[in-house]
Design a protein around this ligand. Structure first.
Ligand code: DAH
Length: 350
């Protein structure tokens, strides 16, 4: 091996041992730099004869080209290696399954409320919403339940700031205050008709929502849901109440042979009053009477508090426990499950 071949071989070796671009450039300088071995050889040619210059120069050039080719090959190899490292670091494993997005759903009690609104909506009932923090007047007094009325003791609740000592603000114990609130608005809207002795459009409304009482066991929760219903006009009777509520219950439970019973009871704001009981004819609850709400003919004092004349306007009202309806529809035996927020329970209703 002549000197030039040895030089090319040693350049190849050195380049191969260079593992970074900076190392490689240092190695290059040893051969092709200003005082590199090839450069020095070129300079040394000045002293040679023309003949020698020709042959030696050609040989040096070949060696130089070989070194440059080796250098470029190594540069490329280092750049490729770096790219591979980078690609590896940024690798996406496209075989991983996608991340599923959890689907939310409606709460079973909300499903019931929607269902109630749809059914009563189809019978021409409006839907009204009202405040959960209620005044003593709307929750009790206007509903014919004055200060010292014993019926108040069954409605212990949570009191909030505002109001006065003998008429505090409270969390409403039922949706019945919406009877007064809605009727007063309705009467205001049609006052001109009434004043002219004409007939106003009937009040036909339901008011679903949250209610509160100091109560907690498997069938009572301090927060629960009710749906109020009110139908007032010049010719609305207890018969209409039975038809509407029976129709509703049969549609709600999708059961034509469901039997209803209006059991005499007492509420201060209705006279006469009745509990609404239902009885399934088939299934695990068949034959048992189950209470789903209260109802009755609106009391004359309540009609008066609506701003109407009880000699002219009559009607009926009802209030149903919508959590209870949900329990019966889905076969749930503990009310508290609805409000514990356990996703394993709630996801079964989707
Ligand atoms: N508000 C009553 C309660 O929570 C239920 C009720 C009874 C509502 C009779 C009514 C009614 O509208 O007419 O116990």
């Amino acid at each position: 091996m002549n000197d030039l071949d040895a030089l090319v071989a040693s350049a190849n070796d050195l380049f191969a041992q260079s593992h970074t671009p900076a190392d490689l450039e240092n190695a290059k300088a040893q051969f092709l730099g200003k005082s590199g071995r090839i450069t020095e050889m070129m300079k040394g040619m000045a002293a040679l004869s023309v003949e020698e210059k020709k042959s030696k120069g050609a040989a040096i050039n070949l060696a130089k080209q070989a070194i440059e080719a080796a250098l470029n090959a190594r540069r490329q190899a280092l750049a490729d290696a770096e790219l591979q490292v980078q690609l590896k670091a940024e690798a996406l494993d496209v075989t991983l399954p996608g991340r599923a997005r959890a689907r939310g759903g409606m709460h079973p009690v909300s499903l019931t409320l929607e269902r109630i609104e749809a059914i009563f909506g189809s019978m021409g009932f409006e839907v009204a919403q009202g405040p959960e923090i209620e005044s003593d007047w709307f929750n009790f007094t206007a509903l014919n339940t004055p200060q010292d009325h014993p019926a108040r003791s069954m409605h212990d609740t949570f009191y909030v700031e505002g109001g006065s000592a003998d008429a505090p603000n409270l969390l409403r114990t039922h949706t019945s205050p919406m009877q007064i609130r809605h009727a007063v608005q309705h009467v205001k809207r049609y006052q001109a008709l009434l004043d002219a002795g004409q007939t106003m459009p009937e009040i036909r409304v339901i008011a679903p929502g949250r209610t509160y009482r100091v109560d907690s066991d498997a069938t009572h929760s301090p927060m629960f849901h009710q749906c109020e219903g009110l139908w007032v006009g010049e010719n609305v009777s207890f018969k209409d109440l039975k038809v509407v509520v029976t129709d509703f219950c049969r549609t709600f439970f999708e059961s034509d042979d469901l039997v209803l019973r209006f059991r005499p009871s007492f509420f201060p704001f209705t006279e006469p009053s009745a509990e609404i009981d239902i009885q399934f004819q088939t299934g695990s609850l068949a034959g048992r009477w189950l209470e789903v709400g209260g109802s009755g003919q609106v009391h004359p004092n309540v009609v008066r508090n609506m701003g109407l004349d009880p000699e002219r306007h009559i009607g009926f009202a009802f209030g149903m426990g919508t959590d209870r309806l949900t329990m019966l529809r889905y076969g749930v035996n503990d009310l508290r499950l609805f409000f514990d927020g356990d996703i394993r329970f709630l996801s079964q209703f989707q």
